[in-house]
Ligand binder design. Structure first.
Ligand code: PLP
Length: 390
């Protein structure tokens, strides 16, 4: 079912998914799958959660869109909810994680210019993924995403992730911010050393730099708290999130402290669709559900259990390099490229993802049932054992 009229940037797509409910999806042949990636950390509440569907259908019947020239009560309510959760003052809503990061980068530049730094540098990390627009791509690491799109934007300096001394070595008097993922997602669920984020906060305070956390993937309950930074003492100056915020509706947000947010003035930034009545209503329902169903706690508990089970069943295999994760952001790193496991898992009714070539990435819905979690283990562990034996 590969159309000749689509660009080939996604390669060949093996499955055609036509329906979803909770942790399950079905293909066009009627085959059922357990979805252990939730649309890559998007459908944290599971597919077609009734609270989101109810909010969407009601709003679709009321007002889908109006321009940001007008007050949008749902957007204001969503801004209030996010501000109450993360402690930052003001939100800019857009349509994707990439756009949220563009807004963050633009805020860093406004901040630099307000301090008289004309040619600012933002420190970003090796392994980082921040998106594919030219700004976000320039902050992203790795030739796979970057090759062929040069010249990229100036003003980004990459430092090794988790390495505090490298910050000092690479910073200059033009450095204005550090931008990073609290846990790197696309790089294969890379968890930094325990005190890393707190140390970055101290460095930023001492130097007057902005600390920017990209919680596009780690946010919205995924790691066992609403935002991952809430498990540290490092509150960012700027925070971006997307993915799980809309449970499938395209929405992103850049939040900032008032002092930084106030650098945006009328006309300096904007978007047609961002935070429209429909997506804002959906995101409000998502947040309400994460909170009322205590899904961040559930992610913590279930993630801990799954890690333990994987460790018990796979920990001794020589081809298993590492089993790691925080909340329901899990990875099983194998000794070699293992992308063939994606098709093998799909054959047995399980959807997984491989990232960084050799890490199986698992991002199941935050509310995955005990039974489905057991099924995930029952399918995946034998597949890895078989891969090991080949
Ligand atoms: N930042 C992080 C940490 C991500 O994981 C992603 C997407 O995978 C992005 C940014 C880009 O988000 P989007 O694909 O919504 O533009």
């Amino acid at each position: 079912m590969n159309s000749t009229h689509l660009m080939s940037n996604y390669g060949t797509r093996a499955l055609t998914l036509v329906r979803g409910a909770g942790s399950r999806v079905w293909d066009d042949q009627g085959k059922e799958y357990l979805d252990a990636i939730s649309g890559i950390a998007v459908c944290g509440l599971g597919h077609c959660h009734p609270a989101v569907t109810a909010a969407l259908t009601d709003q679709a019947d009321t007002l889908v869109h109006c321009s940001n020239l007008f007050n949008i009560p749902n957007q204001q309510e969503l801004g209030d909810k996010l501000s109450a959760i993360c402690g930052l003052d003001n939100a800019f809503f857009c349509n994707s994680g990439t756009e949220a990061n563009e807004a963050a980068i633009k805020l860093c530049r406004l901040h630099a210019h307000s301090k008289g730094i004309d040619n600012p540098e933002i420190l970003v990390c090796e392994g980082a993924f921040h998106g594919r627009s030219l700004g976000a791509l320039s902050a992203t690491w790795g030739s796979k995403a970057r090759n062929g799109f040069e010249p990229l934007l100036e003003g980004f300096t990459h430092v090794p992730y988790g390495d505090i001394p490298a910050i000092e070595a690479k910073a200059s008097d033009r450095t204005v911010a550090i931008m990073l993922e609290p846990i790197q997602g696309e790089a294969g669920i890379v968890i930094p050393p325990a005190e890393y984020l707190d140390q970055l906060r101290s460095i930023c305070d001492a130097k007057g730099w902005l600390l920017v956390f990209d919680e596009i993937q780690t946010g919205n309950g995924r790691t066992g708290s609403y935002f991952a930074f809430q498990q540290t003492r490092a509150k960012p100056d700027i925070l971006t999130t997307a993915k799980g915020l809309g449970n499938g509706l395209p929405i992103g947000v850049c939040l900032a402290s008032k002092e930084i947010a106030d650098l945006m003035v009328a006309g300096s930034h904007g978007t047609t669709f961002g935070g429209n009545p429909l997506v804002s209503r959906a995101a409000c329902a998502v947040i309400d559900t994460i909170q009322s169903e205590k899904l961040a706690d559930r992610a913590k508990e279930m993630g801990g259990w799954l890690l333990e089970q994987f460790e018990n069943q796979l920990g001794d295999l020589p081809q298993v390099v590492d089993i790691r994760g925080v909340g329901l952001m899990l990875a099983i790193e194998l000794r070699g490229p293992c992308s063939e496991l994606v098709a093998a898992a799909a054959d047995t009714g399980l959807i997984i993802n491989v990232t960084g070539d050799n890490s199986i990435r698992l991002l199941p819905p935050l509310n995955i049932s005990d039974k489905d979690a057991q099924q995930l283990l029952d399918i995946l562990c034998p597949l890895i054992q078989k891969w090991e034996a080949k």
